[in-house]
Design a protein around this ligand. Sequence first.
Ligand code: GUE
Length: 298
Amino acid sequence: MTIGKLIDGKAFAAGLRDKVANGVAGFVQATGRKPGLAVVLVGEDPASSVYVRSKGKMTVAAGMESFEFKRPDSIGEDDLLDLIEELNQDERVDGILVQLPLPRHIDEAAVIGAIDPAKDVDGFHVVNAGRLATGQEALVPCTPMGCIMLLKDELGDLSGLEAVVIGRSNIVGKPMAALLLAESCTVTIAHSRTHDLASVVHRADIVVAAVGRPEMVRGEWIKPGATVIDVGINRVADIEEEGKSRIVGDVATAEALAHVRAITPVPGGVGPMTIAVLLRNTLVAAHARAGLAKPEGL
Ligand SMILES: Nc1nc(=O)c2c([nH]1)NC[C@@H]1CN(c3ccc(C(=O)N[C@@H](CCC(=O)O)C(=O)O)cc3)C=[N+]21
């Protein structure tokens, strides 16, 4: 049996961050200031803290200004909304990211809705979601945008291809489907209520798995020669070493490799792309806010 290829998202993301760094240098020359990204973290979740730290490091490495705001779990919604309003008004801030999920007592939609859409580098505001859905210029959610970049790099023109997205979240599934549709794919959104998921997936030339269930998509589900993007990041107990954990995706990668043309690994696939696109979106937002043309090649 032939073996498919692993898509090196880590390397692709590094290349994208280099392009962003070049674009940042141009922006600094044109405006005399650095693009700025503000990240807001509520609570002490260790995994979230790790991601926020790594975002901050990569922001600075790309030549941008990083502003981090940590607030306790106990923060009231009003105080969080006040912070966002401050960041909306701050001229040094081009991008605002509020790390999700938020504590249960805070209305996530209200917080996202308070972000200036021009600074919404996550692309979660309804204005950006609506612009994406209607084919207008928008800030696009980082993870789906990263997936599209990997797919176009692997396959070239996507038009006419059968794409199945598993998962219907506002963060990945829905914007992913909108982007695939914009590339003229035939798009199906499958989810937890879908009947006979295996058969639905078997139709697909492109599979995007974003369900958050470890290795749920099995190798035999995959149509021979399909390209698979695994968005899942699931921490599971390591059976080899007691007390240790490892990260697996939503796809049984080893099985799938016997069927696919190409598949993204976890880790080292979509995850690094998410942060690289966040930097890209921050640079794009900075250009728009400064009245400059969109940076080329990004
Ligand atoms: N407003 C908001 N925007 C986000 O974009 C957002 C968020 N909230 N909340 C949390 C999730 C999670 N997330 C990840 C980003 C990069 C990796 C990543 O780089 N992962 C590496 C390393 C994985 C590891 O070893 O821990 C990989 O997959 O290779 C993972 C997860 C962004 N998120």
